[in-house]
Design a binder for this molecule. Sequence first.
Ligand code: CMP
Length: 138
Amino acid sequence: MELTLCLIKPDAVRRDLTGSILFMIQKAGLKVVALKMVRLDLNQAQGFYHVHRERPFFGELTEYMASGPIVAVVLAGDNAIKRYRELMGATDPTQADEGTIRKVFALSKQENSVHGSDAPETAAFEISYFFNAMEMVG
Ligand code: CMP
Protein backbone atom coordinates (compact mmCIF):
# COMPACT_ATOMS: atom_id res chain seq x y z
CA MET A 1 0.00 0.00 0.00
CA GLU A 2 1.42 3.37 -1.06
CA LEU A 3 0.24 6.95 -0.44
CA THR A 4 0.36 9.90 -2.82
CA LEU A 5 -0.83 13.51 -2.76
CA CYS A 6 -3.33 14.78 -5.31
CA LEU A 7 -4.14 18.47 -5.64
CA ILE A 8 -7.16 19.60 -7.60
CA LYS A 9 -5.89 22.98 -8.76
CA PRO A 10 -7.62 26.40 -8.88
CA ASP A 11 -8.62 26.15 -12.56
CA ALA A 12 -10.51 22.91 -11.89
CA VAL A 13 -12.09 23.93 -8.57
CA ARG A 14 -13.22 27.20 -10.19
CA ARG A 15 -14.97 25.26 -12.98
CA ASP A 16 -16.69 22.91 -10.46
CA LEU A 17 -14.76 19.87 -11.69
CA THR A 18 -13.87 18.55 -8.22
CA GLY A 19 -16.55 15.84 -8.25
CA SER A 20 -15.77 14.74 -11.81
CA ILE A 21 -12.05 14.43 -11.04
CA LEU A 22 -12.67 12.51 -7.80
CA PHE A 23 -15.02 10.23 -9.74
CA MET A 24 -12.25 9.37 -12.23
CA ILE A 25 -9.80 8.74 -9.39
CA GLN A 26 -12.17 6.49 -7.47
CA LYS A 27 -13.24 4.64 -10.62
CA ALA A 28 -9.55 3.85 -11.17
CA GLY A 29 -9.52 2.07 -7.79
CA LEU A 30 -7.50 4.60 -5.79
CA LYS A 31 -8.82 5.15 -2.26
CA VAL A 32 -9.39 8.61 -0.75
CA VAL A 33 -7.94 8.54 2.79
CA ALA A 34 -7.85 12.32 3.48
CA LEU A 35 -9.42 15.35 1.83
CA LYS A 36 -9.73 19.11 2.40
CA MET A 37 -10.37 22.35 0.52
CA VAL A 38 -7.86 25.09 1.25
CA ARG A 39 -6.67 28.39 -0.17
CA LEU A 40 -2.89 28.75 -0.18
CA ASP A 41 -1.31 32.16 0.23
CA LEU A 42 1.68 32.98 -1.99
CA ASN A 43 4.17 31.99 0.68
CA GLN A 44 2.53 28.60 1.17
CA ALA A 45 2.42 27.98 -2.60
CA GLN A 46 6.14 28.84 -2.83
CA GLY A 47 6.90 26.42 0.01
CA PHE A 48 4.98 23.61 -1.65
CA TYR A 49 6.76 24.08 -5.00
CA HIS A 50 10.21 24.94 -3.54
CA VAL A 51 11.90 22.32 -5.79
CA HIS A 52 10.88 24.46 -8.79
CA ARG A 53 12.14 27.79 -7.36
CA GLU A 54 14.84 28.20 -10.05
CA ARG A 55 12.44 27.53 -12.92
CA PRO A 56 11.36 30.45 -15.12
CA PHE A 57 7.69 29.66 -14.49
CA PHE A 58 8.00 29.61 -10.65
CA GLY A 59 6.46 33.08 -10.18
CA GLU A 60 3.43 32.51 -12.37
CA LEU A 61 2.97 28.95 -11.09
CA THR A 62 2.86 30.01 -7.44
CA GLU A 63 0.61 33.03 -8.14
CA TYR A 64 -1.78 30.75 -10.00
CA MET A 65 -1.76 28.18 -7.17
CA ALA A 66 -2.65 30.97 -4.71
CA SER A 67 -5.35 32.41 -7.01
CA GLY A 68 -8.23 30.40 -5.56
CA PRO A 69 -9.22 27.36 -3.51
CA ILE A 70 -7.67 23.97 -4.17
CA VAL A 71 -8.66 20.51 -2.97
CA ALA A 72 -5.92 18.40 -1.37
CA VAL A 73 -6.47 14.65 -1.35
CA VAL A 74 -4.37 11.74 -0.08
CA LEU A 75 -4.76 8.64 -2.23
CA ALA A 76 -3.88 5.11 -1.17
CA GLY A 77 -3.37 1.94 -3.15
CA ASP A 78 -0.83 -0.52 -4.46
CA ASN A 79 1.61 1.46 -6.59
CA ALA A 80 -0.56 4.58 -6.04
CA ILE A 81 2.11 7.11 -7.11
CA LYS A 82 2.63 5.62 -10.57
CA ARG A 83 -1.04 4.72 -11.08
CA TYR A 84 -2.22 8.23 -10.23
CA ARG A 85 0.47 9.84 -12.43
CA GLU A 86 -0.70 7.69 -15.35
CA LEU A 87 -4.29 8.70 -14.68
CA MET A 88 -3.31 12.41 -14.60
CA GLY A 89 -1.51 12.28 -17.96
CA ALA A 90 1.36 14.47 -19.18
CA THR A 91 1.98 17.93 -17.68
CA ASP A 92 1.14 19.51 -21.03
CA PRO A 93 -2.46 18.53 -21.84
CA THR A 94 -1.74 18.57 -25.58
CA GLN A 95 0.69 15.69 -24.90
CA ALA A 96 -1.62 13.79 -22.52
CA ASP A 97 -3.10 10.41 -23.48
CA GLU A 98 -6.81 10.04 -24.22
CA GLY A 99 -8.90 9.40 -21.12
CA THR A 100 -6.46 11.01 -18.68
CA ILE A 101 -7.62 13.75 -16.31
CA ARG A 102 -5.44 16.40 -17.97
CA LYS A 103 -6.52 15.40 -21.48
CA VAL A 104 -10.15 15.72 -20.46
CA PHE A 105 -9.99 18.83 -18.24
CA ALA A 106 -6.69 20.76 -18.34
CA LEU A 107 -6.49 24.17 -20.00
CA SER A 108 -2.72 24.59 -20.44
CA LYS A 109 0.67 23.44 -19.14
CA GLN A 110 0.20 25.70 -16.12
CA GLU A 111 -3.56 25.43 -15.59
CA ASN A 112 -3.35 21.67 -15.78
CA SER A 113 -6.12 20.89 -13.26
CA VAL A 114 -4.27 18.40 -11.04
CA HIS A 115 -0.96 17.70 -9.31
CA GLY A 116 0.44 14.35 -8.21
CA SER A 117 3.53 13.41 -6.23
CA ASP A 118 6.33 11.97 -8.37
CA ALA A 119 8.20 9.75 -5.89
CA PRO A 120 7.85 8.32 -2.34
CA GLU A 121 10.07 11.06 -0.82
CA THR A 122 8.11 13.89 -2.45
CA ALA A 123 4.82 12.19 -1.50
CA ALA A 124 5.89 12.13 2.16
CA PHE A 125 6.81 15.84 2.09
CA GLU A 126 3.70 16.87 0.13
CA ILE A 127 1.26 14.88 2.29
CA SER A 128 2.73 16.34 5.48
CA TYR A 129 2.46 19.82 3.94
CA PHE A 130 -1.35 19.51 4.04
CA PHE A 131 -2.29 16.82 6.57
CA ASN A 132 -1.36 15.61 10.02
CA ALA A 133 -1.77 11.99 11.12
CA MET A 134 -5.16 12.65 12.75
CA GLU A 135 -6.60 13.91 9.46
CA MET A 136 -5.88 10.67 7.61
CA VAL A 137 -8.00 7.56 7.97
CA GLY A 138 -6.31 4.17 8.20
P1 CMP B 1 2.71 19.96 -11.39
O1 CMP B 1 2.59 18.49 -11.68
O2 CMP B 1 1.90 20.51 -10.29
O3 CMP B 1 4.27 20.30 -11.12
C1 CMP B 1 4.82 21.56 -11.39
C2 CMP B 1 3.88 22.46 -12.13
O4 CMP B 1 4.49 23.54 -12.82
C3 CMP B 1 3.19 21.67 -13.25
O5 CMP B 1 2.31 20.74 -12.72
C4 CMP B 1 2.58 22.80 -14.04
O6 CMP B 1 1.39 23.30 -13.47
C5 CMP B 1 3.66 23.86 -13.92
N1 CMP B 1 4.51 23.90 -15.13
C6 CMP B 1 5.35 22.96 -15.57
N2 CMP B 1 5.97 23.37 -16.70
C7 CMP B 1 5.48 24.61 -16.96
C8 CMP B 1 5.74 25.57 -17.98
N3 CMP B 1 6.61 25.32 -18.96
N4 CMP B 1 5.07 26.72 -17.93
C9 CMP B 1 4.20 26.98 -16.92
N5 CMP B 1 3.93 26.11 -15.92
C10 CMP B 1 4.56 24.94 -15.95
